[in-house]
Write a protein that binds this ligand. Structure first.
Ligand SMILES: [Zn+2]
Length: 127
């Protein structure tokens, strides 16, 4: 069994596209789901400490109990939990990835964007 981890929005429209993308991207059978409304903003701003701790607790189970081989932070079009546009969301997603890399330096962590056609793409780090 192999696992990876999606820190995804709770929006039903983005679940299957992200799962399918990550199964291929990390060559993993199972995608553990850590969902919140707009998790990229939550992890970038870290204003809601309880939710940040809850996310980290769940990611920790995926990493330590399931041996997750990779983590993705996801932002998406038309997000009810994060009204920012793509550019701002991409920046938040990269900030969230950097935050998680401090905790999990040995796990690959990537940033994703899901567009208006529900296509998933990996976004490269900004300078
Ligand atoms: Zn959303």
């Amino acid at each position: 069994m192999s696992f990876c981890t999606a820190i995804n929005c709770m929006d039903g429209r983005v679940q299957l596209p992200v799962i399918h993308f990550l199964q291929k991207r990390f060559d993993a059978e199972y995608v553990d789901a850590v969902t919140e409304p707009g998790p990229n903003r939550i992890l970038a701003e870290r204003a809601d400490k309880n939710t940040v701790e809850s996310i980290l607790h769940r990611v920790g189970i995926s990493v330590h109990k399931h041996g997750s081989v990779g983590i993705a932070v996801v932002g998406h079009y038309d997000c009810a939990g994060n009204p920012a546009g793509k550019d701002e969301q991409d920046s938040q997603t990269h900030t969230a990835v950097a935050f998680l890399k401090e905790r999990y330096p040995n796990v690959e962590i990537i940033a994703l964007w899901v567009d208006e056609d529900w296509n998933v793409s990996e976004i490269s780090p900004q300078a």
